[in-house]
Design a binder for this molecule. Structure first.
Ligand code: ADP
Length: 288
């Protein structure tokens, strides 16, 4: 009887080991599939600007345009713009990789919210002026618990998109408020300011433009890597399709949520909420 018992235990252990191995193999296979998919997309995305550069430089090298300074200039501009896009793309890919790696060690600190927003505005002032877009800031004096460079990066990405898709002579606003709703409630209301004594708090950022908007079926997918509303967005707008994936990664590392609401043809508002610990110098009401 004792021997039968031992055999049964051994068989059970063997079955469990086999099951564990199968699960590990399945997990590894799905990681490999994701990796393959990512490498496939990256290679495709890298090939597009490289092919344009090759074409433009090839035409110049053949000397067919030697007597056509305007056309030569145009080819040089194409090669230069594509080089810039390639650099942005590689930087974004490296950034996403770094974000994945540092996901457990986000360095948060108390920061002055209006100054963080101002930093992002300062970065984008040149492109806004070139596009004829006015940048408007609305943020009460407040201290927020965030990784400052990462939040400036998120705001810069969102402002950059808002400017890129805005018509001239329009404005893009960037707002921050403390809100009174649970983080899962994707309400757009900014009217419920939480008192400082509340047990926990959230802050909400909103970046609003009056641009072309985003169709309803793309509101979720644009936060995925390499997803764009229109394939011409990377060519005409110099995009890489990685900016929003980076924003989402940063916001999720802060345990927050990011989403967009949009009226096709009228404009979009990107929101992100970040949970906050209590702080004695927490948000005071008022605007900047
Ligand atoms: P990209 O580098 O292409 O801008 P993103 O990930 O930042 O990459 O954005 C993905 C896509 O989402 C854009 O290519 C564009 O199609 C759409 N998009 C992002 N922001 C806006 C906006 N403010 N208005 C309209 N479309 C937008």
């Amino acid at each position: 009887f004792a021997q039968a018992q031992t055999e049964l235990t051994q068989r059970k252990q063997a079955e469990m080991t086999l099951q564990l191995l199968n699960t590990q193999i399945e997990q590894r296979q799905s990681v490999e599939a994701l990796k393959d998919e990512f490498i496939g997309i990256v290679s495709h995305e890298l090939r597009t600007p490289l092919t344009s550069m090759q074409g433009a430089l090839g035409l110049l090298a053949m000397g067919l345009m030697d007597d056509e300074p305007e056309q030569m200039k145009q080819m040089i501009e194409i090669a230069s713009n594509e080089t810039e896009r390639l650099v942005r793309l590689v930087n974004n890919i490296l950034d996403l990789d770094k974000l994945d790696a540092e996901s457990k060690s986000l360095e948060q600190e108390w920061c002055d919210a209006p100054s963080l927003i101002q930093r992002a505005i300062d970065v984008m002032t040149g492109s806004a002026a070139a596009a004829g877009v006015d940048l408007v800031k609305d943020c009460p004096p407040s201290q927020i618990w965030v990784a400052p460079d990462r939040i400036v990066q998120t705001l810069t990405n969102l402002l950059g998109n808002a400017i890129k898709f805005s018509p001239p002579n329009s404005s893009v606003s960037i707002e921050m408020r403390e809100i009174d709703e649970p983080i899962s409630d994707r309400s757009t209301r900014f009217d419920s300011v939480r008192p400082i004594t509340a047990p926990s708090r959230q802050i909400r950022f909103a970046i609003k433009d009056c641009g072309r908007g985003i169709p309803a079926d793309k509101l979720e997918t644009i936060f995925h890597r390499f997803q764009q509303v229109d394939s011409s967005d990377s060519r005409d707008k110099g995009g890489t399709g990685l900016g929003l994936a980076i924003c989402r990664s940063i916001v999720e590392q802060h345990q927050g949520q990011i989403w967009v609401e949009s009226d096709w043809g009228k404009g979009s508002t990107f929101f992100f909420d970040l949970p906050q610990p209590i702080h004695k110098n927490a948000l005071q009401q008022g605007t900047v």
